[in-house]
Design a protein around this ligand. Structure first.
Ligand code: EPS
Length: 360
């Protein structure tokens, strides 16, 4: 499965091409609405106020509502760009923003709304993954995510049923008013903050992933790191494993399943049959109202103040994006596994009775 996106934040449209998708999957424009709305701007005061319709047009690869096996092209038209906000930033570099490295690399950039480096691009990852999630669901695999840290605030409880009921994808309902107040104060101060997200996949059978090149965890890390503003990825216990003893980190095996999941459902680059778990760190966004010293294209020191409709915490909208990358990597690995080892579900478990752990 190959997915590529195209388009700029303030161009006429954004889109993606999904190549290598199997035929026979039912898909309609309405199927994209739910996940695109979960990711969209303009839904609450805690995210950018830009109002995009995010309506998906299916341009190719689907006939009479069914994927044909040919490349699927999806398009979303941009309807609420305000490019004049970016007149000044066109000749300046915001500290912490990709506009500096784009300029160093290409010597030309589309500065309007961040152009290609805008979070707008992630719309199409989420759209592409709607198809992957559907294909995976038909094989008993589901993907979900939540926020597990914003700034220095940690959840006091982890209740998956709370996650979709608040704008932060936060797993502890009683803390939501606290987060609202936190974000209101942050927005008023003109600053931004980072966040950590957790995404998990349940129902992944043992055997997905390749042992050396194309390890499941390596591909997940690359996929997550390709999302704007991501600065860190952990699989299972991740960096906490540094302080653990081997006797604590290893997941004890019994005929009824593993007794823990420090490995995050992956050993040697291959899924164990347990829950696959990935944590993703998002940096605080760099487009701030607070003035900062930067440079302009001529190398002069300038005071930079970014106006416009920016997210004070891009992690708030990133749960569906991380879910999308998890689903796309899993579908790709499942197809590769099928090509090499037989259809998903056709291969009998080599060791009987190793059910997945519960999703604690
Ligand atoms: C973004 C800036 C804002 C966000 C945008 C990402 O856009 P604008 O500069 O046009 O006000 O709204 O995100 C989206 C439009 C989206 O769909 O995610 C940025 O600088 O990355």
């Amino acid at each position: 499965l190959r997915v590529t996106t195209f388009g700029e934040s303030h161009g006429p449209a954004i889109g993606c091409v999904i190549d290598g998708c199997p035929p026979g999957i039912a898909i309609a424009p309405a199927d994209f609405a739910h996940d695109l709305a979960r990711r969209a701007t303009g839904k609450t005061r805690h995210t950018s106020a830009r109002h995009e319709a995010d309506e998906v047009e299916i341009l190719s690869g689907v006939y009479e509502g069914i994927t044909t096996g040919t490349p699927i092209a999806l398009l979303v038209r941009n309807v609420d760009a305000r490019s004049k906000d970016y007149a000044k930033i066109a000749s300046q570099f915001r500290p912490g923003h990709a506009d500096y490295t784009y300029w160093q690399k290409y010597g030309i950039r589309d500065p309007r709304g961040g152009g290609r480096s805008s979070a707008r691009e992630t719309t199409m990852r989420v759209a592409a993954a709607v198809i992957a999630k559907k294909w995976l669901a038909q094989r008993g695999v589901s993907v979900r995510g939540c926020m597990v840290q914003i700034g220095d605030v940690l959840p006091r409880a982890h209740d998956w049923s709370a996650v979709e009921g608040n704008p932060f994808f936060w797993p502890c309902a009683e803390q939501v008013p606290e987060l609202e107040a936190y974000m209101d104060a942050l927005r008023k101060s003109g600053d931004s903050v980072g966040a950590k997200l957790l995404v998990v996949a349940d129902g992944v059978p043992p055997g997905w992933g390749e042992p050396v090149y194309g390890k499941l965890d390596a591909e997940l890390a690359a996929a997550m790191m390709s999302i704007n503003a991501v600065k860190g990825v952990e699989i299972g216990d991740g960096f906490a494993a540094v302080a653990q003893k081997g006797s604590a980190h290893r997941d004890v095996m019994t005929p009824d399943g593993f007794l823990s999941n420090h490995a995050g459902g992956i050993l040697g680059g291959i899924s164990t049959g347990q829950q696959v778990s990935v944590s993703v760190a998002f940096k605080p966004t760099s487009s701030l109202r607070l003035p900062v010293q930067g440079l302009d294209v001529d190398g002069h020191v300038v005071d930079i103040v970014t106006t416009g409709r920016h997210d004070p915490c891009v992690g708030i909208r990133a749960t569906p994006i991380c879910e999308a990358m998890l689903a796309l990597v899993l579908m790709d690995q499942a197809l590769r596994h099928r090509a090499q080892c037989g259809d998903v579900g056709e291969v009998q478990p080599r060791i009987p009775a190793t059910p997945a752990m519960s999703d604690a």
